[in-house]
Design a protein around this ligand. Sequence first.
Ligand code: F6P
Length: 487
Amino acid sequence: MLSDEPTGRLLVASNRLPISLRRDPIGEWQATPSAGGLVTALNPVLQRRGGVWIGWHGATAEEGGDELRDLGGLIDMGYALAPISLSDRQRDHFYLGFANEAIWPLFHDLPTRCTFNPDYWTAYREVNRAFALAIRDELRPDDTVWVHDYHLMHVAADLAALGAEAPTAFFLHIPFPPPDIFLKLPWREQVLEALLDYGRLGFQTARDLRNFVESARVLLPRGAVRGRGRTATVRHQGRTVSLGAYPIGVDAAAFSAAADAPAVQELAQQLREAHAPGRMVLGVDRLDYTKGIVERLAAFRYLLASEPDLREQITLVQVVVPSRTDIAEYAGLKAEIEQLVGEINGEFTRPGWVPVHYLFRALAHEELLAYYRAADIALITPLKDGMNLVAKEFSVCNRADGALILSEFAGAAEQLRVGALLVNPYDIAGTAGAIHRAAALPRAERRARLRALRRVVSRQDVYAWVDQFLAGAEPGPAEAALLAAQV
Ligand code: F6P
């Protein structure tokens, strides 16, 4: 059990390391930062307090990944990296298969997109055990093992089977679905019970915690689950597991300071001039069907069709960061997005104005910050999202009195409803209306909303998240009151 904030080292395990390795055309290994909120959040934490990060480096054994045992010579992150190597089959069945074709769509309430292949489960168990072995090899007395995300739900059970003794905690970065969806999983008992082998479980929102608690009530004996609101406990096999809702944050101070760097200011100025005198609407997402990119483009098209006065007055910059393109659904989504962008631009472009600027690549950090700084409106409309850190990053980096339009199905909506305009991303006309409204908001209101957003994001930053989660603490009184008013 974790009771106080640990004093020993933090062993962090996640599917992916914060850097991914690929061979360049001349066969040399090149490291690039991994995409996604988990890495953005945890990297500064480990840089500040040290520790070890255990994860996959992104290459398979068949690609030569086994030779990458010591990454120290390739990259210095400021903390230790312990790489895991997967085989081609494990990448296909564990990472692409069980994690991203079964759990990912199911936990995002999209069961019709799931593939429940028994071979995937076998590979999942195998890779979770490989992670447990790697953790055991790293383990020193006083270490705390903190495992992250849906790829590694079975690791505590495997560590226990190996006889490794250490406090273990798990944080789920993605949503936990309601019981009527979770119960469709053919391995629901195994997954639920494996999660209860951790000493502490963290969820992004009160909604996710409630969903887990309800599934546990269905699958476990009566009376095992206690609690409501933002914390709960489960009695399981003679132990008490503590559960809580701990919304993840960003390194708000670092983002804000970096957005004020002269090079970022200059780039932001260039972007504003390029889009002047119109409004710049910004979307930034990993390529994923959960992000609502297709629905968002449909809303933007609807807006241009129904409000001719806005033509040439508004531009959508949509950044899509490549992700999981080896999965057919993701490749298909890319094609669908590109077709829609082509159709919108084909229909509405006029000399000197292209309505959608589409970037399919990971942006350099400074470039991303410049977009955050310069945008008039951030349009973040996932169909479902664990948290969505882009919304939080925008809130602390924007300097244009920008407005945030946010999906009510993003975990971040729980905290950011204080300043954001919330939308149902499935409602095309409603989302178009929100863009129209955001573009017309009086400056004083935009400023007040952004100030409120910045306050919440700065106070509940990633360091507060780590401290509260590891200490099992509930949010401080101010945050609790704020959250209670919002849930
Ligand atoms: O935030 C959810 C998540 O799956 C993280 O675990 C992961 O780091 C990120 O999205 C990116 O996904 P992937 O590692 O599959 O590219």
